[in-house]
Design a protein around this ligand. Structure first.
Ligand code: NAD
Length: 487
């Protein structure tokens, strides 16, 4: 077993969090101490209490300082208001420390009966953690139409694909599945498909495949044992990793890690379970398994295996389990479950799949702005998003008239992606939100600031516009998608 002198103990920020957080954190710390893990905890605050104190990030500066200093954190669940109020403190912490990789192992646990038991499910979802719709850039564009911006960078795709490969190699896995919605979102999801496949091909020891993400959801339920490592954009990964957790026993037993270049934060996938908080009913398994991942991250492989085996033996024997996973009528409290796990330390489960864990070798990324070089760029047009109650024929005519005599021609008008001018479909449901696509009649010079300003003035004289997007071509390829039916 790893036994480090006190002076070499690893300092870890412990954020108990909200609801059941205090109970599952206490339980985890007790098991780690009994297992001889060389950890020194720095308790820190985040979540509801921080919000109540008026700290809008949900994490006080002392907490951020502690995470910065330790570089490793174990975190309980943090409450987030749904649909209103402050941003999620979880997402904020991931962003502040650029923890770009969310790792969620999905492994069948002994003793936890599910409809999938016996299938040998054992894979890991690697979810991009800081980009995509979770940038949280949203606007009501009109009083009745909302927009969220889905931002995906090539560098972000490269980082997460490299991490998926590094994890696969560290765990001795053989295949990486890149799952995207590139068939519909050709630019954003398409970037992960292109870059992900490019990265994985650089590792000849790893097999690779691309799968459309909705089929991936289907395949995870139909034949989950086919997966090894799956890499996805943020929102897809969020949803599919919860689905995957459901295959092996649910959120109460699902661990996760958030990895960045200099900070790693480990947490259970579940939330604060306010209905059972303070009642000694919470299952600490998910946080314990997250702590096992943490111990491996800091190189304490023997202590990690000791905790993992004790947990597995406890689950296998089925004695003293918490109510959510126990046989009906046999559930015990959190504290009794922890006592049982501690009593089982030193015992070995025959069912823990043999795996040679090695430290994940994460690629170092430059701190300077990442900019993709281009050999050519052209400006071919402008999309203007505008609010209007006009019928499309009248709107099209008015926009055509507005640009008469300018360097632009109106190519089309669409409503939420469906063309309504010059061609319209009788079934299209209209709201007050339109996109007008103007193309330069002759090649634009440079950034065409004056022409675009003039275009906005012309359109703005008659319509309320709220958003402008340049239509560009990089290295000869369109850097925008076409509308349905657009030639
Ligand atoms: P939840 O995970 O808290 O609860 C879902 C269900 O699972 C409930 O029935 C709950 O009792 C049960 N459950 C969850 N963890 C359990 C455990 N360890 N032992 C036994 N049963 C458990 O999800 P929710 O109700 O949607 O969210 C509650 C709050 O938690 C919300 O404020 C949400 O924003 C927050 N949340 C935080 C995180 C996080 O910090 N990473 C994740 C998810 C939700």
């Amino acid at each position: 077993m790893d036994s480090l002198p006190v002076s070499q103990k690893v300092k870890v920020t412990a954020i108990a969090g909200d609801g059941i957080g205090a109970e599952v954190m206490r339980a985890t710390q007790q098991v780690l101490a009994a297992a001889g893990a060389a950890v020194e905890w720095e308790d820190a605050l985040a979540g509801a209490e921080a919000f109540r104190k008026g700290i809008v990030t949900g994490a006080p500066q002392e907490t951020l300082d502690s995470i910065e200093r330790c570089g490793v954190a174990l975190k309980g669940p943090l409450e987030t208001p749904v649909g209103f109020g402050e941003k999620s403190a979880n997402v904020t912490l991931r962003k502040i420390f650029e923890m770009y990789g969310n790792i969620r192992p999905v492994r069948e646990l002994p003793g936890i009966r599910t409809p999938f038991s016996g299938r040998g499910i054992d894979f890991t979802v690697v979810r991009e953690n800081v980009e995509d719709l979770y940038a949280g850039i949203e606007h009501m564009q009109t009083p009745g139409v909302a927009q969220a911006v889905k931002l995906i960078s090539e560098a972000g795709c490269e980082r997460i694909a490299e991490l998926a490969c590094a994890l696969a190699l560290a765990e001795g896995r053989g295949k990486v599945t890149v799952a995207t919605k590139a068939n519909i979102l050709k630019q954003t999801e398409g970037l992960l498909k292109t870059v992900g496949e490019r990265v994985v091909k650089q590792y000849p020891q790893l097999a690779h495949e691309h799968m459309i993400v909705d089929n991936c959801a289907h395949q995870m339920v139909i034949r989950p044992e086919q997966f090894d490592v799956c890499v996805m954009t943020n929102m897809n990964g969020d949803i599919l990793s919860d689905l995957a957790a459901g295959l092996v026993g649910g959120l109460g037993v699902a661990p996760s890690a958030n990895l960045g270049d200099s900070v790693a934060m480990f947490e259970a996938v579940h939330g604060s379970a306010p209905q059972i908080a303070g009642k000694n009913l919470a299952n600490p398994t998910a946080l314990l398994l997250s702590a096992v991942m943490m111990l491996r991250h800091v190189g304490q492989f023997a202590a990690a295996a000791r905790v993992e085996h004790a947990l597995y033996v406890t689950l296998e024997e089925g004695r003293d389990l918490t109510g959510d996973i126990a046989a009906p009528g046999t559930g015990v409290g959190t504290t009794a479950y922890v006592d049982r796990v501690i009593a089982n330390l030193g015992r070995e489960s025959a069912k823990v799949p043999a795996r040679q864990y090695r430290p994940i070798t994460m690629k170092a990324w430059p701190k300077a702005n990442w900019c993709r070089p281009t050999t050519s760029r052209e400006l071919v047009g402008v999309d203007i998003f505008l609010e209007s109650a006009s019928a499309p024929p009248a709107l099209g005519a008015s926009l055509q008239q507005a640009v008469a005599g300018s360097p632009f021609t109106l190519k089309l008008v669409s409503s939420r992606g469906a063309q309504v001018w010059p061609v319209a479909q009788p079934h299209t449901f209209l709201v007050d939100h339109f996109r007008a696509r103007f193309m330069f009649s002759a090649p634009a010079q440079g950034e065409a600031q004056a022409e675009i300003t003039d275009l906005l003035n012309r359109v703005g004289a008659q319509h309320r516009w709220m958003h402008v997007e340049k239509l560009q071509r990089f290295d000869g390829a369109d850097a925008f998608t076409k509308d349905q039916g657009e030639g």
